[in-house]
Design a protein around this ligand. Structure first.
Ligand code: NAD
Length: 279
């Protein structure tokens, strides 16, 4: 199975499918990521706040896979938004990942009610990290349209991606549209709604008709819409299932039917970025 690559607005390319490690316990991360690499995943999405960068680094180091075949994303800790802390935090992430560069470094949350609402200075410090190639690309996560417009207006630097909550139960169309308008790709987090949307009759009907599983249909919905996904599982057979989504398609009608599962804000599984303030 070949995973397509998408081109970012900074001309770097990113595999459209990766493997997420949120809530993978630190002492099980190395073994879990090793299994994901064996299955074929080459794009890993972690974060300093997940506490498992070291396990990711151990798995990458022992895999024997060439660095240029891997795509690694990590994210800035909410506690480290001050400019000097951004640099220190990034150094710590590289050390724990045992890498000399990451492919993508993201502001994890905008925290508009913290740091005097100044995520612009944080973004400027992030953007400087591409100068020596230690971060190939930089981007943001959980940025609402007004947050995005503000950093772009005030710095002129476009994020490569905005990683936001998107799944059939929460289409998050306004944020996706803002991303597209600025020319940046959407990364859809919790792409299978943490497993909670998989028994929805719309998805089950399509899955049965196509001879696929509900998780494959949900992931393929994102792919048809051009978004990047990195489902998480600690089980090899589910990792394999989630990886096997590039040998079938959904019709436009099926894509629309799944989009119709949107429950607006009621469908959110994670916090609202406008008010989330945990440091
Ligand atoms: P997900 O939508 O990937 O769901 C994962 C859960 O779904 C698993 O724990 C398992 O219970 C279940 N599952 C997985 N594969 C399955 C299958 N084939 N069949 C049935 N059930 C299955 O949720 P997630 O882990 O929250 O999101 C994916 C990744 O997105 C994370 O690991 C992380 O990398 C990223 N993320 C980022 C943010 C952010 O703030 N930027 C927030 C949440 C997640």
């Amino acid at each position: 199975m070949t995973v397509p690559s998408l081109t970012l607005n900074d001309d770097h390319s990113i595999p459209q499918l990766g493997f997420g490690v949120f809530q993978v316990p630190p002492d099980e991360t190395s073994a879990t990521v090793t299994t994901a690499l064996e299955v074929g995943y080459r794009h890993i999405d972690t974060a300093q706040m997940y506490g498992n960068e070291k396990g990711v680094g151990d798995a990458l180091a022992s895999s024997g896979i060439a660095r240029d075949e891997l795509y690694v994303t990590t994210k800035l800790n909410n506690a480290n938004h001050a400019a000097d802390d951004v640099r220190r935090s990034f150094d710590e992430s590289l050390r724990d990942l045992q890498l000399d560069h990451v492919d993508l470094f993201l502001i994890h949350w905008p925290l508009p009610t913290q740091y005097d609402g100044d995520f612009v200075s944080t973004w400027k410090a992030m953007a400087e990290l591409t100068a020596d190639g230690r971060a190939k690309s930089v981007g943001v996560s959980n940025f609402e349209p007004d947050h995005l417009a503000r950093i772009i207006d005030e710095t002129g630097v476009l994020p490569a991606v905005n990683q936001i909550e998107v799944h059939p139960g929460f289409n998050n169309e306004a944020a996706r549209a803002a991303n597209a308008e600025h020319g940046l790709l959407t990364e859809a987090w919790s792409p299978i709604g943490q497993g909670q949307i998989l028994d929805d009759p719309t998805i089950v009907e399509i899955a049965q008709r196509l001879g696929r599983t509900p998780a494959q249909v949900a992931l393929r919905w994102h792919v048809e819409r051009g978004d990047i996904v990195f489902p998480k599982s600690m089980r090899r057979e589910r990792m394999q299932e989630n990886f096997a989504i590039f040998d079938f398609e959904l019709s436009p009608d099926d894509v629309l039917a799944i989009s119709g599962m949107d429950r607006g804000d009621a469908g959110r599984l994670g916090p609202d970025p406008k008010t989330f303030d945990r440091i």
